[in-house]
Design a protein around this ligand. Structure first.
Ligand code: F55
Length: 832
């Protein structure tokens, strides 16, 4: 496209084109320039926040230059792109990551140090971008890092929430939610005032017949809201590729904000209209693994999907290709069912607007989409009430009915004798009211469906999606085991360990090819190396101990065994079992003589995680943890032998210092419930061992690192149904150690027992759905094995080194390459 601009103009432009800093002095110059001009501050009123802001703005200038180059290279290459649609991107902080990915942290740190500041303090000034709940949102963020690092032409599409996941405060031991307003200063986004899309809701469908006799459906008369694009540059590691994350913000459509009302003095109602539009992108729904079915959530989904598809289609149309080429140019990945409406919206565009016939359109659609499932929990599978949907998106409902009709007809032709099958696989569930099963729609409209770990991908094929495997055949269903980016989760989170590994392996190439970690294994018995390795672990634990002291006042001994469980609080993840185990340990310690106590391994049990605001049981679990910590930490008999800590407001930047500081981390979901888990990978990669159930990616971690290096316990997924059945028929007496724990709670040792009645009830009359009692004995005995193992420091060091050396598989680069080859069919594009 260079030739479209006359040469003299091109030369003039090149002469004045933005240039990048590439050494310390230039960086310093840019920082000072931004502090003085953009922020209007001076040498005399400059603080950490101002210098952070200056550094961030300087960095952003650098990124946007690469961003421009990348977009030009992608346009020129004219290759197939992938679009990753996710309602959540849990990005965390950007400055440190951008400096490291561009490999300029060294001189940048030196530069700010000469200006009188410390890089660590500046980094701390940044607010996390917390546009996600947990694993699903963080996976999307790791995937963006890998897509850019591997130079794939890829875009992320999401919503620019004004409020991300709430900030958690612990007040009197209870979770309190505080809004997370993160946009007061966000240097990492570029508003694109010229990129807007009008999005309609409500209205009606008008049908008319064209002169040639064909029927046309027009959706009209609805309320219009405008989507405005904000672009976030995503820098790859060791490449200039800088991809784009486009987030949509809602505002009143230019035609909508009623100037009539405003001018005639009806300010209130005109402001109300404006607020209604802005409400769509105002707040992230704070639920993970639970579907609540609210209209505003459906509005968010359609708003984001429609704006993104408009953008994707607009880009495709620029190339003037035939529509049938669309799947050769575009792959769209659905991160769970939240963007499933994209299937319907693309049908609407192709049939209603572009006038393609249904079958041609359907072929294009079903070659374009891929759907990733992240859960088998029934309460998390999205279903929309038909009446609600009909009112908001009347034309889309018709299209869904047609998709369903054609699908059921084809099923009937192939399985003519199986009447019940039709009811089971129908997109519409015949409940009252009827509901739309979004996962079924996603399967029917996609080329490939994948789970996120081997066990999970097998489970979806044999349970919730079994009928669809029969209908479509097994090849449509596949597995892509999750991974995490080693740039953030090793190099950035644990710079000392990363540097030590580099020293042994000779370069930082392992950050691009994590399988190179295997080269560490031969040092596993090297005593000097073991010492350096364990010293780094100790320093990371000391840093965490200091954080705990500063934020909670609790003193913990850094040489104690640090046992960490951090993730969203959910009954299926079984933080309740962990805290019951802590109580059991406390009771045993209390019952011991002084001499016996002296032989015990000191422990620090660390918890962190948010409960969904409406999830009462999860909030009760938090309260029990804080109540136990109040009692145990102040018991003079116990001293350093047991401490219990709840870390407030667990988020990405806290995970970055928690993952390097564990000896042991807990991944103890009821078998078959945790699709994958990704923090299990982060903890092992940072030299910790794990205690876990045979669930999610724990199984593949075991296969890679060897079963002698993981503390597995508990019942298997295949036995869960029978165990639940036994509970329902009162055939399972409670485990005796668990009974002791419950009795102690009921005695009031941890405060008013009524507060915890729900937790006890769940184990008894509630039928112990998550099988805490069934797994409790093996959980406790496995913790005893952990204690024993921890006493042998050399063996522990050996095992953690071997484990890290075998973690190469769990990089998100491997996952992204699998998606690219097996699902998207895309190739990298080189950016000079
Ligand atoms: C958020 C909103 C809804 Cl409506 C449903 C689910 C979620 C959500 O946050 N899910 C989620 O985080 N799922 C997790 O995805 C991870 C990445 O694949 C898995 O590792 C993890 O097992 C799974 O629970």
């Amino acid at each position: 496209f260079e030739s479209s601009v006359p040469e003299p103009l091109r030369n003039l432009w090149k002469k004045f084109a933005a240039t990048n800093f590439s050494n310390k002095e230039q960086f310093q110059k840019e920082v000072v320039h931004h502090v003085e001009t953009t922020l209007a501050r001076s040498l005399y009123n400059c603080d950490d926040l101002a210098v952070y802001s200056g550094a961030a703005l300087a960095m952003r200038d650098k990124l946007i230059i690469d961003w421009n180059k990348t977009q030009q290279a992608h346009t020129l290459a004219d290759q197939k792109r992938v679009y990753y649609l996710s309602l959540e991107f849990l990005m965390g902080r950007t400055l440190d990551n951008a400096l490291l990915n561009r490999d300029i942290k060294g001189y940048a740190a030196e530069g700010v140090s000469e200006l009188g500041f410390r890089m660590e303090d500046l980094i701390e000034q940044e607010h996390d971008a917390a546009l996600g709940n947990g694993g699903l949102g963080r996976l999307a963020a790791c995937f963006l890092d890998s897509l850019a690092s591997l130079s794939y032409p890829a875009w992320g599409y999401g919503l620019r929430y004004r409020y991300g996941i709430f900030k958690q405060e612990i007040i009197d031991g209870y979770q309190v939610e505080v809004p997370d307003y993160w946009l007061d200063f966000n240097p990492w986004e570029f508003p694109r005032h010229d990129i807007t899309v009008d999005i309609m809701f409500y209205g009606y469908v008008r049908r008319y017949t064209e002169e040639d006799g064909s029927t046309v459906n027009i959706w009209e008369g609805g309320e219009v809201v405008q989507a405005l694009a904000y672009d976030v540059p995503i820098p790859g590691y060791g490449t200039s590729t800088t991809n784009n994350l486009r987030l949509w913000s809602s505002k009143p459509s230019t035609g909508e904000f009623d100037f009539q009302k405003f001018n005639s003095g009806d300010y209130e109602s005109s402001v109300r209209d404006q607020q209604r539009a802005e409400t769509i992108s105002a707040v992230l729904y704070p639920n993970d693994n639970i579907d609540v079915g609210k209209e505003l959530r459906l509005k968010q989904q359609y708003f984001w999907v429609a704006a993104s598809l408009y953008d994707i289609v607009r880009r495709f149309k620029k190339s003037h290709r035939a529509w049938t080429e669309f799947p050769h140019q575009v792959a769209i990945q659905l991160n769970d069912t939240h963007p499933t409406l994209a299937i319907v919206e693309l049908m609407r565009i192709l049939v209603d607007k572009e006038h393609l016939d249904w079958d041609t359109a359907w072929n294009i659609v079903t070659e374009t989409f891929g759907y990733t499932n992240h859960t088998v929990l029934p309460e998390a599978l999205e279903k929309w009430s038909v009446p609600l949907f009909q009112n908001l998106l009347p034309r889309h409902l018709q299209i869904i009915y047609d998709i369903n009709l054609f699908f059921l007809q084809s099923v009937e032709r192939r399985f003519p004798k199986d009447r019940e099958l039709l009811g089971r696989v129908s997109i519409i569930e015949e409940s009252n009211p009827q509901v739309i099963r979004m996962a079924y729609l996603a399967i029917i409209g996609s080329k490939k469906v994948n789970g996120v770990a081997e066990l999970h991908s097998d489970l979806i094929k044999t349970t919730i999606f079994k009928d669809f495997v029969n209908i479509f055949g097994p090849d449509k269903f596949t597995n892509v085991t999750n991974g995490v980016t080693p740039r953030r989760w090793l190099h950035q989170a644990n710079p000392q360990l990363s540097a030590l590994i580099k020293e042994k392996l000779g370069s930082y190439d392992f950050l691009k090819d994590l399988s190179l970690l295997s080269g560490l294994e031969k040092f596993a018995d090297d005593k000097t190396f073991q010492k350096e390795w364990m010293d780094i672990k100790l320093r990371n634990k000391q840093r965490l101990a200091k954080y705990i002291k500063d934020t909670t006042g609790i003193s913990v001994n850094p040489s104690a065994l640090f046992d960490i469980q951090v993730k969203r609080i959910h009954e299926y993840k079984r933080q309740q079992m962990n805290i019951f185990g802590v109580i059991s340990r406390y009771l045993s310690l209390k019952a011991m003589t002084k001499e016996e106590r002296a032989k015990q391994v000191p422990r620090v049990s660390i918890f962190g995680g948010k409960a969904a605001p409406g999830y009462w049981m999860a909030k009760t679990i938090i309260r029990l943890i804080t109540a136990v910590s109040e009692v145990v930490n102040n018991d003079a008999d116990i001293g350093d032998l047991l401490k219990v800590v709840f870390i407030e407001d667990y988020n990405v930047s806290k995970a970055e210092f928690l993952c390097p500081a564990s000896d042991l981390s807990e991944h103890i979901s009821t078998a078959g419930t945790e699709a994958s888990g990704t923090s299990n990978m982060k903890f092992v990669l940072n030299g910790g061992l794990i205690i876990g159930t045979c669930d999610g990616a724990n199984i593949e971690i075991t296969r890679e690192i060897g079963e002698e290096r993981i503390f597995l316990f508990g019942n298997l997924a295949e036995d869960v149904e029978d165990l639940r059945h036994a509970h329902r028929y009162g055939k399972t007496p409670m485990d005796p150690s668990l009974k002791e724990v419950c009795d102690e709670i009921q005695k009031g040792t941890f405060g008013e027992p009524g507060v915890f009645a729900g937790l006890i009830h769940a184990l008894t009359e509630g039928g112990d759905y998550y099988l805490v009692s069934d797994d409790f004995a093996s959980y406790l005995s496995t913790h005893k094995l952990v204690d024993e193992a921890f006493k042998d420091t050399a063996a522990w060091a050996h095992n953690t080194i071997v484990a890290v050396s075998r973690m190469g598989f769990f990089t998100s680069d491997r996952a992204i390459n699998e998606y690219a080859d097996e699902i998207w069919n895309i190739d990298p594009v080189k950016v000079d």
